[in-house]
Design a protein around this ligand. Structure first.
Ligand SMILES: NC(=O)c1ccc[n+]([C@@H]2O[C@H](COP(=O)([O-])OP(=O)(O)OC[C@H]3O[C@@H](n4cnc5c(N)ncnc54)[C@H](OP(=O)(O)O)[C@@H]3O)[C@@H](O)[C@H]2O)c1
Length: 295
């Protein structure tokens, strides 16, 4: 298959490219070749290249800045996949849309299932939820769509929480990290693997389980993850001593965007369909940090 990976320079896109099965031909255009904020650029690229499948990892992911840059966030996260969908519909290509726990409001206190009501509380969440809704309308009836929601993506590179906290452990004696937002991390390696598994079972999944959830297993706060990052980094000799991590409440850590207080995704259905068990978050965090230590 000819597969277009958008956002290939991002943390998930990069992991997807690294795990590409040999039989596929991959297109991973730069932002100059395919600008997701430009409808004409999206239209021209897809019409010219006609990929059999698009893995849409490209996104406006700065959750706070999105509150100020609503239009650009909507253009990249909602209009671009919609443009793809309209063209894919014509010639029969498929779309794997990467989405997020931020489509939910976090008011639940048990894990979100695939068909639970979406109610985003940020512009970023709104842009991703709206994309899901529009894509469903165009591509679901013909089984050309699979949505994969994940949460708290961490990998060894990119502008993510793990990389930031690791640097803070190296440079500060004390950190303050939010302890009342609850969810689960996901690793870029693991989510990339699931993308390829889903693609290999496209016909069944697009028909029977077109919305999927995938994260690590277990439950944690950002505070728990920050402590673990310090301890594991010390074990792998990336640090002499971790910084002291102090818990703080969301209300005392001001950000432009609201974030769901509870955003655990229930991955059971996807786990059954793919016959794969989610990896425990601390083990996956250790695997990522060991890769950082060995490079
Ligand atoms: N990060 C998380 O915690 C998280 C959680 C749940 C779901 N997700 C979803 O997972 C997917 C991958 O996220 P990620 O963390 O890998 O994102 P990321 O590291 O921030 O990468 C975003 C990618 O999108 C590209 N991009 C942004 N604007 C573009 C534009 N106008 N034209 C072309 N490319 C553009 C970036 O290209 P440049 O390198 O040129 O900027 C980059 O390759 C996204 O759909 C995101 O919504 C993320």
């Amino acid at each position: 298959m000819k597969i277009l990976v958008t956002g290939a320079s991002g943390q998930l896109g990069h992991a997807i490219i690294l795990q590409k099965p040999k039989q596929h031909q991959i297109l991973c255009p730069s932002r100059n070749e395919l600008d997701l904020s430009d409808e004409l650029s999206c239209k021209k690229y897809i019409e010219f290249n006609k990929p059999d499948l698009i893995i849409n990892c490209g996104a406006y992911t700065n959750v706070d800045l999105a509150e100020k840059e609503k239009e650009i966030c909507l253009a990249i996260n909602t209009s671009a996949p919609l443009t793809f969908a309209k063209i894919l519909k014509d010639y029969g290509g498929n779309l794997l849309q990467i989405s997020t726990d931020y489509v939910f409001d976090g008011k639940q206190n048990f894990a979100y299932k695939e068909n639970d009501k979406k109610n985003p509380i940020s512009q970023y969440g709104y842009s991703k939820a709206k994309a899901e809704e529009l894509l469903e309308k165009f591509l679901k009836p013909t089984n050309q769509l699979i949505i994969l929601r994940t949460s708290w993506l961490l990998g060894p590179t990119g502008n993510n929480f793990l990389v930031k906290i690791l640097n803070l452990h190296k440079t500060k004696k004390e950190l303050f990290v939010v302890s009342d937002q609850i969810g689960t991390m996901s690793s870029t390696f693991d989510v990339a693997k699931i993308c390829w598994e889903i693609i290999s079972k496209w016909n069944y999944i697009s028909e029977h389980n077109y919305i999927n959830h995938w994260t690590c297993s277990g439950i944690s706060s950002w505070y728990d993850i920050a402590i673990n990052i310090g301890d594991i980094a010390q074990k792998y000799k990336i640090l002499d001593y971790p910084a002291k991590v102090n818990p703080i409440k969301t209300e005392n850590y001001s950000t432009l965007a609201k974030r769901p207080i509870f955003s655990l995704l229930d991955c059971e259905k996807t786990s059954i369909v793919l016959d794969i068990i989610c990896k425990y978050w601390q083990h996956e965090l250790e695997m990522i940090i060991s890769k950082i230590a060995n490079r």
